[in-house]
Design a protein around this ligand. Structure first.
Ligand SMILES: Cc1cc2nc3c(=O)[nH]c(=O)nc-3n(C[C@H](O)[C@H](O)[C@H](O)COP(=O)(O)OP(=O)(O)OC[C@H]3O[C@@H](n4cnc5c(N)ncnc54)[C@H](O)[C@@H]3O)c2cc1C
Length: 511
């Protein structure tokens, strides 16, 4: 931090001698603060003539403002005064420069699913990427260009309709870049890696408003950082990614509901099935939740599990035999085209998990294997809440994800800022508070579950996937515990964002 301050001051003194007589843009003030009483009328007057005709500016009185600022997690809602929706990539530079000249903080928004508490510290102008949603498949059929505001669901559908797939998040409602700049886990990662592993180049607007291309051959140091810690470095206006042929006609899915008494058998079977990171690659994704289903019982949660296999039922069901042998309350299955797998697994646009406007309290831990004793303790904790706090328990879930990870594991961990290739199970505690009054209770529960997961893997540090993190962790928990990772990220911050303009999404350097 000290070296950052010194270099900033050196830069400042050099600049003021260069422009002697001219006023120093407010961007170069060390702590930019949001201009008081920023209004959409002012922004329209001051910026309107500089931006392209389709660019839209909204204030709180405009009908669309509520829609554009709605969030998945209302507990971490940024304070947005004005929203601008750029119509062209070049507008993003213009907007950032305008913000810098006027001491206005800015925040890029894609799908609005960023859940971290650090977003709550933001106050200023939202750059809504929604209109930058073009997709252009390249002639080679090996890559496509995507707009900086593309969202998972439309990307899957657009490519699928033309015979292609790519790595995406599993949930259709999530922004491709919100997810991809931090890694991006999804059903194709066992085959091709994370979203970030398939990015070939990015067009990025830096903190000073300049637009650059970032790739292995252009600003390669930043390319390393953008793939894992990208939210901290710039606004991506478009990006090129690998795409792949669509693959088998159908995916097989199988959903189970088990009662709590089966927990030990289920987790024993899961550990054998995943065998510490060697899941058969076609067994692309399974996710399981402890959640309340009062049509089955109001005494305790049930275990809801869903499996997705890339290929036919007979192949899948051979692998699922250990789960079929566990006595289930319900067991349903089918075969669908890839473009519909999110619907049957409960991760599509209209599924409850995608709903905006709720009060979430979360915690997360990455695991290598499940500790069955720990899972029993966590289940019993949920069961106690079902009795003592049924309203809080009703909306809560404790999620355990297991992807096939072959392609993720094959990539050199040092080749990008994504730090956790050795982990296999993404776990998320996710309470929905019925009202703000429940926040303290939900937070205590979130901490309890996180501590239980950690106690169940002694000797390992907290690996908190940056995109699932609640914001209550530390920078090494998000960006890796090897000290060289944080050092490298800090020196890249000094180079590309010396005034820490990008500090609202799990910041490398806290404000
Ligand atoms: C319901 C749900 C499902 C999820 N499913 C998955 C999943 O399947 N796989 C997975 O890996 N993660 C998943 N996540 C986590 C998800 O990756 C993060 O929450 C991510 O931040 C969401 O991105 P967004 O664009 O939707 O959110 P936003 O809040 O719009 O964006 C999050 C942050 O990303 C940055 N950002 C967004 N767009 C840009 C851009 N164009 N340029 C630069 N920075 C930008 C900004 O810093 C912004 O604050 C899920 C989260 C939720 C809530």
């Amino acid at each position: 931090m000290r070296s950052l301050v010194i270099s900033s001051l050196c830069f400042l003194s050099g600049l003021s001698s260069l422009v002697s007589g001219a006023s120093v843009p407010r961007y170069f003030e060390r702590q930019p603060t949001t201009r008081q009483n920023l209004t959409s009328q002012e922004v329209r007057q001051e910026l309107g003539s500089q931006i392209s005709p389709g660019t839209l500016i909204y204030g709180p009185d405009d009908a669309e403002f509520a829609n554009l600022t709605s969030r998945w997690n209302d507990f971490s809602k940024p304070d947005v005064r004005v929203v601008i929706e750029p119509a062209a990539e070049s507008d993003v530079s213009t907007i950032v420069k305008y913000c810098n000249d006027n001491s206005i903080d800015f925040l890029a928004v894609g799908g609005g699913h960023g859940l971290t508490y650090s977003l709550k510290k933001f106050s200023g102008l939202q750059i809504s990427m929604r209109q930058l949603n073009n997709i252009t498949i390249q002639e080679s059929g090996k890559s496509a260009w995507f707009g900086g505001g593309t969202v998972v669901g439309p990307v899957i559908q657009y490519l699928y309709d033309r015979g292609y797939v790519t790595t995406t998040g599993g949930c259709e409602c999530v922004g491709m870049l919100g997810a991809g700049l931090g890694g991006g886990h999804g059903r194709y990662e066992g085959f091709y890696g994370l979203i970030s592993d398939n990015i070939l180049q990015l067009r990025v607007v830096l903190a000073d408003g300049s637009a650059i291309v970032v790739s292995n051959s252009s600003h390669s140091d930043l390319f390393w950082a953008m793939r894992g810690a990208g939210h901290n470095f710039g606004i991506v206006t478009s990006y090129e990614m690998n795409i792949f042929p669509v693959g088998p006609k159908t995916w097989h899915w199988h959903n189970y509901i088990w009662r709590g008494e089966q927990l030990e058998t289920v987790f024993g079977a899961l550990n054998a099935f995943h065998n510490n990171g060697s899941t058969p690659v076609n067994m692309a994704f399974e996710a399981g939740n402890f959640l309340m289903d009062t049509s089955i019982t109001s005494e305790e949660p049930v275990l809801f599990w869903t499996f997705a296999y890339r290929g036919p039922a007979d192949e899948a069901e051979k692998l699922l035999a250990p789960f079929n042998a566990i006595d289930a309350v319900s067991s349903t299955m089918g075969d669908v085209p890839y473009s519909q797998i999110a619907t049957v697994q409960g991760t599509s646009w209209d599924s409850p998990i995608c709903q905006h406007g709720l009060l979430h309290v979360t915690s997360t831990v990455f695991l290598q294997v499940f500790n069955v004793t720990t899972e029993r303790q966590i289940f019993e904790g949920f069961k106690r809440r079902a009795q003592s706090s049924p309203a809080l328990a009703a909306g809560s879930s404790i999620m355990h994800e297991g992807y096939s990870t072959e392609a993720v594991d094959k990539i050199d961990p040092a080749s990008s800022a994504y730090p956790f290739r050795g982990d296999h199970h993404l776990n998320l505690f996710n309470a929905v508070a019925p009202s703000p009054d429940y926040e303290a209770e939900a937070r205590a529960w979130a901490a309890e579950v996180r501590d239980q997961w950690m106690a169940g893997q002694p000797g390992r540090k907290l690996d908190a996937y940056v995109n699932y993190a609640s914001g209550m962790e530390t920078a090494p928990d998000w960006y890796g515990h090897e000290s060289w990772r944080i050092e490298r990220l800090k020196s890249l911050k000094a180079k590309y964002d010396p005034y820490n303009r990008f500090r609202y999404y799990n910041p490398i350097i806290a404000a």
